[in-house]
Write a protein that binds this ligand. Structure first.
Ligand code: HEC
Length: 311
């Protein structure tokens, strides 16, 4: 900067040529190739140097509030370009207001909390003063509730394993047999009774358990169950084919849904499972045939509401 200043002087004092044009030229020459910076509306520039100009703007000398810098640059032939920069100085302490906002409509007594902190002239920062005590805003509560709600829905959804997933190790702990299913799980061979037992174990026991007792509060017992022991097997077949959701069974609401099996199981397989349920765990109800299943299947899906009313 010093150097710039020196050059500036040298130019002014340049004895060569142009001087004879007198003061006017001198004045123009003085401004040529210069940057002059004016603060606010002052007449005198705070800085007048050859570019580039680097300087320190000491805002502590300025009152808090809006200010502007006017930059005026003159090129070698005297053309002037200007640029204005607006800025705001805030050296005083920050002010926090709780309980009152711009344009609020008020009545009665309104508790207002005002705090002030910081400030450029304060040598030590006192963090405790920066914290204006304020209540947790409503949106934070809403967000929290939304997250909690979403996670509950997510967890609830994990109770709905699909047929094939229900057999996976993830859900195997619902089954007392655990992973020992494999040796028989390949399915529909052997006598119908054996097939029923096997299919029940692979498709149903993960929820209703091998002993038909279900899991208290999560999956209903099939031992002694009204639908399973009813003389008319129609509802039993319908539930197994089309699934069931939201029915209160023996005074218990089940959050999970019973998946429908119409896609995975043939009429024969459904009949075998149903017969297994009807003749196991102390159940002693009339058995059915694959034709019974096929008749119910042919009538098409029964929607859940109708099914719930029937049962
Ligand atoms: C994912 C777990 C799950 C699997 C697997 C499952 N069920 Fe269910 N089942 C349920 C739930 C939960 C209910 C109760 C639904 C309700 O309350 O609306 C239920 C209800 C039933 C009912 C009706 C009980 C009543 O009183 O209305 C029968 C019958 C039944 N299941 C048989 C089966 C058969 C057969 C299989 C295998 C082919 C099977 N379930 C597989 C969860 C399951």
């Amino acid at each position: 900067m010093k150097k710039n200043g020196d050059e500036h002087k040298k130019q002014n004092g340049d004895p060569s040529g142009k001087k004879k044009n007198g003061n006017l030229l001198n004045e123009a020459e003085k401004k040529a190739n210069q940057i002059r910076i004016f603060l606010d509306d002052e007449e005198e520039p705070i800085i007048s140097y050859k570019p580039p100009v680097r300087f320190e703007l000491d805002t502590t000398q300025l009152p808090d509030g809006k200010h502007k810098l006017l930059i005026e640059a003159t090129d070698a032939v005297g053309t002037v370009g200007t640029r204005t920069v607006h800025f705001e100085v805030r050296n005083g302490p920050g002010i926090g207001i709780e309980g009152l906002q711009d344009d609020d409509i008020l009545d009665g007594k309104v508790p207002v909390l005002v705090n002030a902190y910081g400030g450029a002239s304060e040598p030590y920062w006192e963090p405790s003063r920066a914290e204006t005590p304020s209540p947790i805003p409503t949106w934070a509560w809403v967000l929290l509730l939304a997250i909690v709600g979403w996670s509950m829905v997510y967890v609830a959804q994990q109770w709905y394993p699909t047929g094939e997933f229900a057999d996976s190790p993830t859900y195997s702990f619902y089954s007392k047999e655990g992973l020992n299913l494999t040796e028989e799980s390949s399915g529909s061979s052997g006598s119908p009774a054996k097939m029923g037992a096997t299919l029940y174990r692979t498709s149903c026991s993960s929820c209703h358990q091998t002993n038909g007792e279900g899991l208290a509060g999560a999956f209903p017992p099939l031992a002694g169950n009204e639908v399973v022991t009813a003389d008319d097997p129609t509802n039993h077949i319908q539930v197994v084919l089309w699934g069931l959701e939201g029915k209160t069974i023996d005074g218990v609401d089940y959050a999970a849904a019973m998946p429908g099996w119409s896609e995975q199981l043939s009429d024969e397989e459904v009949a075998a499972i149903i017969n297994h349920e009807r003749t196991s765990w102390g159940n002693d109800a009339a058995t059915i045939t694959a034709e019974d299943v096929s008749e119910v299947r042919a009538k098409g899906p029964v929607d859940n509401e109708t099914l719930k009313e029937q049962l």
